[in-house]
Design a protein around this ligand. Structure first.
Ligand code: HEM
Length: 524
């Protein structure tokens, strides 16, 4: 009897505690609407992150509830460009949210992506900026050309064996080889070996789901950072996966820091020149690979997929490239692509818009007293997250057909603004690497579209450092692939399998390629 009474009291206490916690959670920002479960606990966000389609679920909520929706007790998601730009602007009191805690390769060592202290972040950024902006990389384009030549040679050899191409893998082989080449002067050779070296891609794909759960749910991150999890963390001695890639980066760093090492004209060489320590360099090397390979691979895949599945668009691209054949060599420079291929450039922009390659929450924390931004009061201590999918489909910015892939919108807006064609989106990066987007207020439709598109790379003091490199890759590789091969989706009933864990895990993009041009392999 006594046991039964004690159990009942215990149960009642538990119920009371749960109810009080849920009520306290609810009170944090009751003014924002959202699913009931999200207002009282982190469960909604946990399950929707786990599902691999949080981006779409948040998009559906934003379509129903307006520009702010609550997705956990202290998190709201938005697609308001004014708010997004404000939070990252140099003088804003918003800070990085808990999201960024997940991106340290070791719990105690912060890198540029995970550093939340503003001063330390600024100082780190200033040491990295010349490497990322390409200013210290005299061979940047030539190195990318060499890897494009490998990609073309690989596709050519698969064609001659009459094989279908798994373009989802090839796109990532390409971006991994480019990044390891320009970062450490040592491409891994994914393309030449035509295989997932270190099983990096397959293992990291599984790891991304855990990474995203940690980024979105602080309790999960605390568990991942605990000593209990230490044995399961990637180590540089691992034979495969992320650990093996860290091992490779660590060797490259040691090589660069050796007492008798020469000054290499690569990103690591630039970081050393600007004062990065060896330990910091190891951590930054992994940010480059993790931050830059999946995102750019998704961009290459989706831009290609949208072009080749829109016959009229595809035809116009090929016509434009053929008309300019005489100005290109085997490779196509970024400048030539931007100057001579306005329609292809519009396709690149439209592809990045319709499918932003990174759709993570990138939460920013409101200042202690709260702040009113664009007419909305955000209480203190609330994390404001981004939904890139719907930001890039805002009809008042892109037009009523914003849900459609229609590259012409960029050329029409440019004509309206009295320009020959829409500029590349790589135009707004200041000397210090802080984006200087116009904001769009009172500007032409083109300026509003461009400054909104820029948000796919973040903005202001947190804007993507690798944007310039990613855009050069796209300027070059998309026209070369369209010039050198004819493309068709192998199974029209299936395009690509995609899961979103902030970055996309994409598989099964089977294409049929047909050579259109005889070319020599022109690598290195
Ligand atoms: C199309 C490709 C890419 C997209 C869409 C993209 C997007 C982004 C976004 C949204 C952020 C976070 C912004 C924020 O926190 O608010 C970011 C940060 C970052 N990205 Fe990229 N990125 C791309 C390619 C790359 C590449 C190729 C590299 C490396 C070469 C790279 C390196 C970085 C770094 C280092 C940061 C952290 C910057 C900082 O904290 O100051 N990214 N990127």
């Amino acid at each position: 009897m006594a046991v039964a009474i004690l159990s009942l009291i215990g149960l009642a206490a538990l119920v009371l505690y749960t109810v009080l916690t849920c009520y306290q959670n609810y009170r944090k920002c009751p003014q924002f609407d959202g699913p009931f479960l999200a207002k009282i606990s982190g469960a909604w966000l946990f399950f929707h992150t786990f599902s691999g389609k949080l981006n779409e679920d948040n998009a559906a909520l934003l379509r129903n509830h307006g520009s702010f929706v609550r997705i956990s007790p202290d998190k709201v998601v938005t697609n308001d460009p004014v708010v997004l730009r404000h939070m990252s602007s140099p003088r804003s009191d918003f800070r990085r949210g808990t999201f960024y805690d997940a991106f340290s390769t070791q719990p105690t060592l912060r890198n540029v992506l995970s550093q939340k202290d503003e001063k330390l972040h600024n100082s780190l950024r200033s040491k990295l900026i010349r490497g990322y902006s390409g200013k210290d990389l005299p061979n940047l384009e030539a190195d990318i050309d060499a890897r494009i030549a490998d990609l073309v040679a690989l596709i050519g050899s698969e064609c001659s064996n009459n094989k279908l191409i798994d373009f989802s893998s090839f796109a990532q082989y390409f971006t991994l080889d480019v990044l390891t080449h320009i970062s450490f002067s040592a491409p891994v050779g994914y393309l030449t070996q035509n295989r997932d070296v270190y099983s990096y891609i397959s293992k990291v794909s599984d790891f991304l789901q855990v990474l995203e759960l940690g980024a979105n749910i602080p309790t999960v991150q605390r568990i991942l950072d605990s000593v209990l999890m230490a044995p399961f963390r990637p180590k540089i001695t691992d034979a495969d996966g992320m650990g093996a890639m860290m091992g490779m980066a660590s060797k490259a760093v040691a090589f660069h820091y050796a007492p008798d090492a020469k000054a290499y004209p690569d990103m690591l060489g630039s970081f050393i020149k600007h004062g990065l320590t060896q330990q910091e360099a190891e951590s930054e090397a992994m940010v480059q690979v993790l931050g830059g390979s999946d995102s750019t691979a998704t961009a290459v895949r989706m831009i290609m997929l949208y072009i080749i599945t829109h016959p009229e668009v595809y035809g116009k691209c090929v016509k434009e490239i053929e008309a300019n054949e005489s100005v290109f060599g085997d490779s196509i420079s970024s400048a030539a692509s931007r100057q001579h291929l306005p329609y292809v450039q519009a396709c690149i922009k439209e592809g990045l818009r319709i499918w932003p390659p990174l759709q993570a929450l990138n939460s920013k924390l409101s200042p202690p007293g709260g702040e009113t931004v664009n007419g909305v009061f955000i209480p203190g201590g609330i994390e404001v997250c981004h939904n890139a999918y719907t930001t890039q489909r805002r009809t008042e910015i892109y037009g009523v057909d914003a849900d459609q892939f229609r590259p012409e919108r960029w050329l029409e807006a440019a004509e309206e603004a009295g320009k020959a064609h829409a500029a590349s989106i790589d135009q707004g990066l200041g000397e210090d690497g802080v984006s200087v987007g116009a904001g769009g207020d009172g500007k032409t439709r083109l300026a509003r579209m461009e400054s909104t598109l820029e948000l796919i790379f973040g903005s202001g003091r947190f804007g993507c450092l690798g944007r310039h490199i990613a855009l050069i890759e796209l300027d070059k590789v998309i026209p070369v692939l369209l010039r050198d091969f004819g493309w068709a989706v192998a199974d029209p009933s299936r395009g690509i399998e995609s899961k979103c864990f902030g970055v996309f895990v994409q598989k099964g993009m089977w294409l049929k390629a047909t050579p259109r041009r005889v070319h020599d392999k022109h690598s290195e």
